[in-house]
Design a protein around this ligand. Structure first.
Ligand code: BG6
Length: 490
């Protein structure tokens, strides 16, 4: 066990959730439906389905989730008990603008989040707010096809203006789009971009090969991503104008890809995957311009990104203040078409690493990859960094005496905290850590409750049974001690 005094005194220890995976109350308080409300429950074997109409014979896990809509006060008390300095949550856009294109917001939605932020303030917990986390108002998807339509940039900005103004003084840290690079893969089109499939369809599977797209479809997707870049850049500028204390970050699915062998072909394959799958979005958001390698990629895939004069200046004027990312696993790239295709988080056709073990959901566990990735990010951008998602999705057992012994989760987190300490000693400016699903919530990829990440157990199963009671796991006490010792007890 490594003892360390590495973490700075003001380090943001905390946890992360997203509205669509924990709030529930999908029709309460004036909320409109969001795209995630149209995804059914799935499992490791059965993909989630997107349905245009809500089918009464199907279960849609976001509709109730863990009912944080009614439990947030007790949940924040538990976060405070662990000693959280930061709580990452998302605002459900359709609670503020139920359809997305109204001019006036929904007052009840605004007050809901104000109360959450006031609760956080009571316990000196700094909120970190994701503005858009996989839950665009459904009306914007149906009417405009999400970010494929440039007008949606203005609706997003209207939403940003509202929340920046309403929560001025209560919220200082913002993330414009969760895992914006989901949209640089074909599976991210609907949840990431709000672009609806023509018919009911299986959810794009992040763990299988990317589906084959025509150049027209790929062009629409990259144009939607361009619109998100514009929206993000304009939001950064607006946030700074409304409050000079605001700090806005990008949020990237950290896809750490190694070459499978030292064959130069594998080196190039891994570089290409890192470029378009990982660096592309943050190069735009941190540096304010499309990177050099994008041109060739677009040419070779016949992709046309529809831009307007002045867009380059907008991107340049809206560079983010910090870089944030999710990190669960790593994968390898091989140029050999015969290599077995295996799983990793948002890795598409990545090859598995023979030196690593995988979680029960097939995600490779690679703590040292986190140190490597942190160093790569910092060398590239030299801005402050936060790890805003990390954790082990695992099935937990509730013992008859009410305890949950999740030593596997403690191990996973400990190994990653040790590697963050190493990265800080390497010189990386890491300022925060908010592990994912600090309270059990609905899995984004499978729609299950069974895939749990939390320090806090929620009594609910995949069939929707349970009391919703919140129960402290062993990891709760481990994390509490870790925070109170500022990382030394790791
Ligand atoms: C990230 C998302 O990709 O991974 C979260 O930002 C998601 O929304 C998390 O929940 C873990 O993935 P999953 O599929 O295990 O819930």
């Amino acid at each position: 066990m490594k003892k360390t005094k590495t973490f700075p005194n003001n380090f943001f220890w905390g946890g992360a959730t997203a509205a669509n995976q924990c709030e529930g109350g999908w029709k309460e308080g004036g909320k409109g439906p969001s795209v995630s409300d149209h995804y059914t429950a799935g499992s490791r074997q059965v993909p989630r389905k997107f349905t245009r109409e809500i089918d009464p014979n199907q279960s849609y896990p976001s509709h109730e989730a863990i009912d944080m809509y009614h439990h947030y006060k007790e949940d924040i008390v538990l976060f405070a008990e662990m000693g959280f300095k930061m709580y990452r949550l998302s605002i459900a856009w359709s609670r503020i603008f139920p359809r997305g294109d109204e001019s006036a917001p929904n007052a009840e939605g605004i007050e809901f989040y104000r109360d959450i932020f006031l609760e956080c303030k009571k316990y000196k917990i700094e909120p970190l707010v994701t503005i858009q986390h996989f839950d665009m108002p459904y009306h914007l998807c149906e009417k405009y096809n999400g970010f494929a339509d440039r007008r949606v940039v203005d609706y997003y900005l209207n939403y940003c203006r509202t929340i920046f103004t309403e929560y001025k003084g209560l919220v200082r840290y913002w993330l414009t789009f969760n895992e914006i690079n989901a949209l640089s893969h074909s599976f991210g089109e609907t949840l990431g971009g709000g672009i609806l499939p023509k018919e009911d369809a299986d959810m794009g599977n992040p763990f299988a090969n990317s589906k084959t797209e025509s150049p027209e479809v790929a062009s629409r997707r990259f144009t939607a991503l361009h619109h998100e870049f514009l929206a993000s850049a304009k939001a950064v500028k607006l946030a700074h104008e409304i409050d000079e204390n605001n700090r806005v970050g990008c949020m990237i699915a950290g896809t750490c890809v190694y070459p499978y062998t030292c064959n130069p072909d594998d080196m190039l394959a891994s570089q290409q995957r890192m470029n378009m799958g990982n660096w592309f979005c943050s190069d735009v958001q941190v540096r304010g311009a499309y990177p050099h390698y994008a041109k060739r990629y677009f040419q070779e895939h016949n992709i046309q990104v529809t831009k307007e004069p002045g867009d380059d200046e907008i991107l340049k004027a809206g560079c983010v203040d910090f870089y944030s990312f999710s990190y669960y696993s790593s994968a390898c790239a091989s140029a050999d078409p015969e290599m077995k295709k295996t799983a990793g988080n948002m890795m598409g056709d990545a090859v598995s690493n023979p030196y690593l073990k995988a979680s029960d959901w097939g995600w490779m566990i690679d703590p040292k990859g986190l140190r490597y990735f942190l160093n790569e990010v910092y060398a590239r951008y030299e801005v402050p960094i936060m790890v805003v998602e990390n954790g082990l999705g695992a099935a937990d057992t509730l013992e008859p005496d009410g305890s949950i012994h999740d030593d596997y989760r403690i191990d996973y987190l400990r190994w990653h905290v040790e590697q963050m300490a190493e990265a800080i000693e390497d010189g990386v400016d890491l300022i925060g850590y908010t592990p994912w699903g600090c309270i059990d919530l609905v899995s984004a990829s499978t729609g299950e409750m069974m895939k749990r990440y939390g320090f806090i157990y929620v009594d609910k199963d995949d069939e929707g049974n349970g009391t919703l009671e919140r129960i402290r796991k062993d990891s709760f006490y481990w994390y509490q001690e870790l925070i109170s010792s500022n990382g030394e007890s790791v």
